[in-house]
Design a protein around this ligand. Structure first.
Ligand SMILES: NC(=O)c1ccc[n+]([C@@H]2O[C@H](COP(=O)([O-])OP(=O)(O)OC[C@H]3O[C@@H](n4cnc5c(N)ncnc54)[C@H](O)[C@@H]3O)[C@@H](O)[C@H]2O)c1
Length: 430
């Protein structure tokens, strides 16, 4: 496969750049490239990849054999509804210790959010002050395109990746306006605010500028036929949606375990307490609904109740998220799993994950921007389902079934990297 060289600067434009995930991702990446921190959680930076047969003993680091952009070539920017710079945002987010932020203070201060496309009907709990004005959605999208072009020029970027790490927008169903590019563009020009969300304006603008687009939240956006059509037309990779970080990561490891052992399941109750701004936004029923749909989709696809009705035909699956300010970004996720063993005997499994939301999400952001850029240099376009490893609700072509099992996703990811570098894919039979 011919892969264009990763020469020159790679612009990373993050929507919601002043948020907890974004500021943690950027601060950590800057610290890593100064040699002050270790990129724990990042496959592209730490993982090895087996090449050839097992007995060949070749396990180089991914970053040593896959032509990824160098961290020193990354330039950060983005949009937010608040104007504070990313140093202030990182302090405000209270995820990282002051000393971990201070060491890259100068670089963080220099990153100032551009004005956002925002509509409070889509994120009820936030009141944006740093927002664009325009006649209609189309005009706002044009302003984002201009931002991208200006950023590219000012920072002399060779390529740009755009990533949504902004708040989860309220749930909206797929409507006719999302089903074709022509209908979508018409709705933007007619300012149909009910169906064209701010996230869609950024996605359209990114694709129009030839930039890959990553969707880190669960709301409807690039996973619409219209934007998929546009991405293919423009030869742009798109990937999403909803970073798979804590509870769902565990779910996509534990559910395959039950199925592999042919253990039954009666119920799975998942609850979370979370006190950051994301938790506050998700306290709104509209935004929660979007998240709930994303979190619920996982189990059924893995367990295949239609194939195994005696094991999974009647599973009660419930997900709750409770806003609880004292915990800030340190989310606690509990899972109670009621499983069934030999002759129908019930058992219980309890998981209590005291995690840190943004600490789990940041390395995913780093991997995703590097792999999206790689995809584009490989000439890939449209939905990148080989990046499903990173998402709760992996986007997939209409005629394909999404893959949720974390380890199968991992194999798909690594085999795609092997193909990219002209190595044999691995089936583990050797
Ligand atoms: N942290 C995780 O583990 C995780 C996992 C999956 C998904 N996510 C999603 O990632 C997103 C970010 O999470 P977070 O904890 O950083 O939240 P956050 O509230 O700290 O950050 C979101 C940022 O987006 C900004 N914003 C909102 N609407 C915007 C718009 N239209 N344009 C530009 N900026 C806008 C907000 O001002 C805020 O700074 C959320 O949607 C969350 O659901 C997070």
């Amino acid at each position: 496969m011919e892969v264009k060289e990763a020469s020159g600067k790679l612009g990373i434009l993050v929507v919601g750049v002043g948020g907890a995930v974004s500021s943690t991702f950027i601060t950590g990446t800057l610290a890593v490239r100064k040699g002050l921190s270790t990129p724990i959680g990042s496959l592209t930076q730490l993982a090895t990849i087996r090449l050839g047969k097992r007995n060949e003993n070749r396990f180089p680091k991914i970053k040593d054999v896959v032509p990824l952009a160098d961290l020193n070539d990354l330039v950060f920017g983005g949009w937010d509804i608040f104007s504070e710079n990313i140093y202030e945002a990182a302090v405000h987010a209270e995820v990282l210790k002051k000393e971990d932020i201070e060491c890259v203070k100068d670089e963080l201060v220099a990153i100032k959010p551009m004005q956002a496309v925002f509509d409070q009907d889509f994120v009820k709990r936030l009141h944006g002050t740093h927002v664009k004005t325009g006649k209609n959605r189309w005009e706002l999208m044009e302003q984002v395109r201009e931002d991208i072009r200006n950023f590219k020029q000012t920072h002399a970027c060779d390529r740009v990746v755009v990533m949504w790490a902004a708040s989860t927008e309220v749930y909206i169903p797929l409507s006719d306006e999302h089903k074709s590019l022509a209908a979508f563009e018409k709705a933007m020009k007619e300012d149909n605010k009910a169906v064209i969300s701010p996230s869609m304006c950024y996605a359209y603008a990114a694709i129009a500028e030839g930039c890959s687009y990553i969707m880190g939240a669960p709301n409807l956006c690039v996973d619409t036929p219209a934007l998929c059509e546009f991405a293919l037309k423009m030869n742009v990779p798109i990937a999403g949606k909803d970073y798979k970080t804590g509870q769902t990561m565990l779910k996509t490891v534990l559910a395959p375990m039950l199925k592999t052992r042919m253990l039954g399941l009666e119920g799975w109750f998942s609850t979370n307490i979370l006190g950051n701004r994301d938790g506050e936004v998700l306290d709104d029923p509209g935004s929660f609904k979007t998240k709930e749909v994303s979190k619920l989709s996982v189990i059924d696809t893995i367990l295949q109740p239609d194939v195994y009705p005696e094991l999974y035909g009647n599973v009660y699956h419930k997900v709750r998220i409770n806003y609880y300010p004292p915990r800030k970004d340190n989310k606690e996720g509990w899972d109670n799993i009621d499983l069934i063993g030999w002759m129908g005997y019930p058992m219980q499994l309890k998981v209590d994950f005291l995690c840190r939301d943004s600490i789990l999400a940041a390395p995913l952001c780093l991997d995703l921007v590097l792999l999206a850029d790689l995809s584009q240099r490989c000439g890939f376009s449209g939905i990148q389902d080989w990046l499903s490893f990173y998402f709760k609700s992996p986007m997939h072509a209409e005629d394909r079934v999404p893959e949720h099992d974390l380890f199968i996703q991992h194999t798909i990811l690594k085999n795609t990297l092997r193909k990219i570098i002209g190595e044999e894919t691995i089936d583990y039979l050797d």
